[in-house]
Design a binder for this molecule. Structure first.
Ligand code: ZN
Length: 490
């Protein structure tokens, strides 16, 4: 294996060597489960899925840990405001764990649609309260935290004097200080840069656990430090996540780990860049917030049409994971066409018959170029460009202007299968026989509904729509007729 990865910590590409081969430890920050999975969730999931597939393909046993944040992530991402999950629960009059469960199931469904492989371990923050308390105690004992009115805060300045804070994000502590609001004297923190390891639960706060410091809950950054150590050991290979987590989340993770154990635990830090929408950051307040269900169904004001999960996957793979990626209908439509061309070429390749004994060198060169691209910090856009170059060879062979011998053909088929399906995780959309049958059954029902409407039999027409919805099929009327998609059968 000649894999080189860009390490955010050293700011350069480094050759990747696992610490304890054949085992590779991979930790990726997972979702906070208080809302539907959206476009922003798809990118880290797909990026690290490709890395997971690559390492497995190279013969390693990968322990891939991706957490579920179900407690402690507060609304303002720092130490103030309500817990995100508790707030969603209050709005819907549900238990916080009902919210977490509901959105975890939805997240898993979307991840499966995107054909990402499930992680080896998916630990919950709420299932590791004891471990988090133990870590707080270690940090306290080492003098890098202090208790204040039932909460425990990390002492950033003291840590900085000993170990240097900001090594991952490159942020300078003096600048951070001038950009942070000053304390108003009422706060529990000694310094505005300090962050919560444990927060005292206010009256009415639902998710609370007893602790040596009174009833409370863990700070958001703590869970990843604890759970990565628990499942991957004191030092492990790769920690990944979106670049939005670089600061403060990952910076705090590093500080917590060193403050508790005296050494850094992560060898390679990897960060995927963000997805923007028509050039803008995605945000609920901007009306450009698109969930994956909406993307797959086309039900959003910004969407011209539905986009299949594989189109979305292909779209994400067309950009390097460290580059920003701008979503637009045009870009998605182009991705859909590109994917179709690639899959059609593979179909053609499957049908080719060998001719002569030539082509082996050319196929070997192509295979080497593909390998070099993915080895170069998972450069999927360059890899795809080589695969498209290869389709010219396939089409020439199909047209009879080039001859490919049996050996070359076998190698070429293996290359496309291993790269497109196994490594990039693309798959043919499920237009199998059963789904074609389902299409025609829905057509029959929709024709019945149309007749009912013409007869002004609204009861029957509504009933057909409602019963389909109960069965998990959502109908959307369009100007040319109707569309359907699988939805929540709530
Ligand atoms: Zn994390």
């Amino acid at each position: 294996m000649e894999l080189h990865l860009y390490n955010t910590l050293t700011r350069k590409k480094e050759r990747f060597e696992p610490l304890h081969p054949p085992l590779v430890g991979l930790y990726v920050c997972g979702p906070t489960v208080y809302g539907d999975a959206h476009l922003g969730h798809a990118r880290p999931a797909i990026t690290f899925d490709v890395l997971f597939r690559y390492l497995r393909g190279a013969g390693y046993r990968v322990r891939y840990v991706r957490n579920i944040t179900d407690v402690g992530h507060l609304v303002d991402d720092a130490d103030e405001g309500e817990d995100k999950i508790a707030r969603a629960a209050k709005l819907k009059a549900l238990e916080p764990m009902e919210i977490a469960q509901h959105y975890t199931i939805g997240y898993h469904r979307n991840m499966e649609q995107l054909n990402t492989l499930p992680p080896s371990i998916e630990p919950l923050a709420s299932g590791h309260i004891l471990e988090q308390q133990e870590m707080v105690q270690k940090i306290l004992a080492n003098g890098f935290a202090y208790e204040s009115q039932g909460s425990v805060y990390f002492d950033v300045k003291r840590y900085h004097r000993h170990h240097g804070y900001g090594t991952l994000s490159g942020r300078n502590i003096d600048e951070l200080e001038s950009n942070t609001r000053t304390l108003d004297g009422q706060e529990e923190k000694r310094d505005p840069l300090d962050f919560a390891l444990w927060k005292k639960a206010a009256p009415g706060h639902v998710m609370r656990w007893s602790s040596p410091w009174g009833e409370g809950f863990p700070g958001w950054h703590l869970e990843c430090s604890c759970m990565s150590r628990k499942y991957l050991g004191e030092t492990f290979d790769i920690h990944g996540g979106g670049i939005d987590l670089l600061f403060p989340h990952h910076e705090c993770e590093i500080a917590q780990g060193i403050a508790a154990h005296g050494h850094a635990s992560v060898r390679y830090w990897m960060h995927n860049n963000m997805i923007t929408i028509n050039g803008q950051k995605m945000g609920k307040s901007k009306g450009n917030f698109i969930t994956l269900d909406q993307l797959f169904s086309g039900e959003h004001a910004l969407l011209d049409q539905a986009y299949s999960p594989m189109t979305v996957r292909f779209f994400i793979l067309q950009a390097h994971y460290r580059s920003p990626l701008d979503f637009s209908n045009d870009a998605l439509k182009a991705a859909g066409k590109g994917l179709e061309r690639l899959l059609a070429a593979i179909d053609t390749l499957d049908q080719l018959s060998p001719a002569g004994e030539t082509g082996t060198d050319e196929v070997e060169t192509l295979a080497r170029e593909c390998r070099a691209a993915i080895d170069d910090d998972l450069n999927t856009p360059v890899l795809l460009a080589h695969l498209f170059e290869g389709t010219r060879l396939i089409h020439s062979a199909a047209a009879g202007t080039r001859a490919l011998g049996a050996k070359a053909l076998e190698r070429l088929r293996g290359l496309y299968r291993e790269t497109v399906f196994d490594l990039l995780g693309l798959q043919k959309e499920r237009t199998d026989n059963r789904s074609r049958l389902l299409d025609s059954v829905i057509d029959v029902l929709m024709n019945l509904r149309q007749t009912a409407r013409q007869n002004r039999d609204w009861a029957t027409s509504d009933r057909i729509r409602d019963e389909l919805k109960k069965a998990g099929i959502v109908i959307k009327d369009t100007k040319d007729g109707y569309e359907w998609h699988a939805g929540n059968n709530e």
